[in-house]
Design a protein around this ligand. Structure first.
Ligand SMILES: Nc1ncnc2c1ncn2[C@@H]1O[C@H](COP(=O)(O)OP(=O)(O)OP(=O)(O)O)[C@@H](O)[C@H]1O
Length: 644
């Protein structure tokens, strides 16, 4: 179904949701965000450094310490070569004892600076990882619940743990080695030119450039592609394992073990292929570098011998030149050492930023350049000519197999709600009923502003909910879903989520209102009863009551129950709903129900059919006393009365 829906509300975006996305463009709230997959490494490095700005100072210390340690390393070879060769050639250099003492002192100093470099480097790395994790969660939170709903939780977990861990390489083993690989050889070459010969410096230069600048980039495109495949497959693997563990009952019950294992083996195979590609290139690069090191030394030996034969330099300087050359390769070889890990670090950074740079689907008025409005707080809800189609899931169509760069929208999105208009009066109970898939939960989600309407508007207490501050909106609307998430904690902690300062008396009152008090009375720990992972120690009905308790604790002007009592038997459901209605007396209650009998006494019943409002009225108005009649509610009632 892809019919165009015209914009009707004053603040509504004007577009046809069936054919073209009514979503804001990239960069705006709800837009897809920048294309991280296409960003260069320099852009990614900039992003990483922006997040790690608070640790730039210790990073500077790490770079300076590494530079000093490297120069001391080169000097060790140079001084050793100079002293030994000088003595062998009968030239006046230092005594053996003096040389040994100088070398020992330099080694100690080198060790100290190395320690300082490592210490500050790792401090930077671990602080940066902590900053990145906080940044990740901070950016993810405003995207929820719409953009994170139905997302691969295993893959997200893999991004926030494994991928962020991988980025450690960038902070701990890349920045300092990378910067010093540029500065150290420049200083060494200048010193070699000034103290031995510019010919020697000139001969050494191309070897250093090749080892540190050219070889590490050979095959970079293929190692980068392999690294991206590996990181994406690792995310997939995490998701596969999460699914297999959480669905272990189904896997065993349907004898699906072999298929799950085969699926895992296929992902592992892809990871192994990526690793092989990477190690082939890396091995070739390392072999080539060793060759260049040897060739560089031979070239240096040749030029030193030539200069010595011409009488330009003495034997000690020959030793100095050779020692310096040997020492100067160390910082350049380090580039190749981190280059391979850097591929993985950047691939991980892409996966992290693909999530963090996604724009939230709904944004507060300030982010949309509008002044915040205020609701009159009455709980009066007006759904005004609303049309809506779900955005395509984020990440659909990306090459990374997860949430990512491509945004919502698309050529054709099925319209779920068509020109829906309903007035939900303050302080009354409104029931929304209709066949499965008719759009009841979608309407509730739009009132809660999980998504924004494509056309029309929803007003709460007179204000368009898009103009209300998001925190304020959450205070005004409490929500109990059909499948609530229950934290692996106590009943008390799960309830306090809704109101952290609630007293035990308030908690017990809502427990009584939702029929949870009897269960708690039988538990020795009462409110401190632990509910287990995903509330596994509770029945489905008890889990729902816990969610209802949370919604009541919120004490909001509007409470939405989205089939929140569906797992209770008919009699209990009626009992619990009566308790909730008493508790929310004078406030707006919106009940989405499957069983019409339980909401027959609602002040208003709205019937949805295929995303359209087909009837509105009281039960008595819509269903004749004999139960006959052509009305939509009457036929739903007859269907419900039919034996299953
Ligand atoms: N997150 C989503 N993304 C894409 N489509 C969705 C999403 N949630 C629901 N839909 C689709 O929207 C339509 C309406 O679903 P909705 O959940 O609102 O119906 P409902 O009347 O509440 O159904 P039920 O009574 O079975 O819960 C369905 O076709 C469904 O497939």
């Amino acid at each position: 179904m892809t019919s165009p829906v015209a914009s009707q509300g004053p603040a509504a975006p004007s577009s046809s949701i069936g054919q073209s996305p009514a979503r804001p463009a990239s960069g705006a709230p709800g837009g897809p965000g920048p294309d991280i997959a296409a960003e260069s490494r320099t852009d990614l490095a900039r992003r990483l450094l922006r997040v790690a700005r608070p640790v730039i100072a210790p990073l500077g210390i790490s770079v300076v310490c590494r530079l000093i340690a490297l120069l001391l390393g080169v000097a060790l070879f140079a001084v050793g070569g100079w002293a030994v060769a000088g003595r062998a050639g009968g030239e006046a250099t230092w005594s053996i004892a003096a040389t040994v003492w100088v070398l020992v002192a330099m080694s100690l100093a080198k060790g100290l600076f190395r320690y300082l470099e490592q210490f500050s480097g790792h401090y930077v790395a671990f602080r940066s990882l902590a900053l990145l994790r906080t940044f990740f969660y901070d950016r993810l939170e405003p995207q929820a619940p719409a953009a994170t709903e139905g997302e691969d939780s295993g893959d997200l977990l893999s991004r926030v743990t494994k991928d962020i861990d991988r980025i450690e390489v960038f902070f701990a083993h890349t920045l300092a080695p990378g910067l010093t690989a540029i500065v150290a050889p420049l200083l060494v070459l200048c010193w070699l030119g000034a103290s031995v010969s510019w010919w020697a410096a000139l001969v050494l230069l191309p070897f250093l450039v090749l080892v540190g600048g050219v070889v590490p980039r050979l095959g970079e495109a293929s190692t980068d592609r392999a690294a991206r495949r590996i990181r994406a497959s690792r995310g997939e693997l995490a998701q596969h394992v999460t699914d297999s563990v959480q669905g272990v009952r189904e896997v065993l019950a349907f004898g699906n073990q072999e298929a799950r294992l085969a699926g895992m083996a296929r992902i592992e195979e892809r990871i192994a292929e990526g690793q092989q590609t990477s190690s082939r290139v890396v091995s070739a690069r390392r072999g080539l570098n060793q060759f260049l090191l040897g060739a560089g030394m031979v070239a240096m030996l040749a030029v030193a011998a030539w200069l010595h034969a011409r009488g330009d330099i003495g034997t000690a300087q020959v030793g100095l030149a050779l020692g310096t050359a040997l020492g100067s390769f160390a910082p350049m070889l380090a580039v190749e050492d981190f280059a391979a890990d850097l591929d993985q670090a950047f691939a991980s950074a892409r996966r992290v930023f693909a999530v963090t740079e996604r724009r939230p689907l709904v944004a507060g008025p300030e982010a949309r350049g509008r002044a915040a409005a205020e609701s009159d707080g009455t709980g009066d809800v007006l759904v005004d000519h609303v049309a809506f189609a779900y955005p395509r899931p984020a990440g659909e169509g990306t090459d990374e197999g997860g949430p990512g760069a491509s945004g919502p929208g698309g050529p054709s999105r099925p319209v779920v709600l068509h020109d829906v208009s309903v007035r939900i009066p303050a302080g009354r109970t409104t029931a929304i009923v209709g066949a499965s898939g008719s759009g009841k939960s979608t309407l509730a989600a739009l009132i809660e502003r999980m998504w924004d309407v494509d056309a029309g508007a929803i007003r709460l207490g007179g204000a368009d909910i898009r103009d209300l501050d998001l925190h304020r909106l959450r205070e005004l609307v409490a929500y109990a879903p059909q499948r609530p998430y229950v934290f692996n904690d106590t009943v008390r902690a799960n309830l306090l989520l809704a109101r952290p300062g609630a007293t035990d008396e308030q908690l017990m009152r809502v427990c009584r209102q939702v029929g949870l008090a009897r269960f708690l009375a039988d538990e020795p720990d009462g409110l401190d009863t632990r509910v287990g992972e995903m509330g596994e120690r509770l029945s489905g009905g008890q889990r729902q009551r816990l969610a209802l308790g949370r919604a009541l604790l919120r004490d909001a002007p509007v409470t939405i129950l989205d089939e929140a009592t569906s797992q209770l038997d008919r009699a209990t459901e009626a009992e619990v709903l009566a308790g909730i209605r008493a508790a929310t007396a004078g406030r707006t209650l919106i009940v989405i129900a499957h069983r019409i009998s339980t909401v027959a006494d609602a002040d208003q019943i709205v019937v949805l059919d295929s995303g359209r409002v087909v009837e509105t009225g009281t039960y008595a108005e819509l269903v004749p006393a004999d139960g006959r009649g052509p009305g939509a509610l009457a036929s739903l009632v007859r269907r419900e009365a039919r034996p299953a």
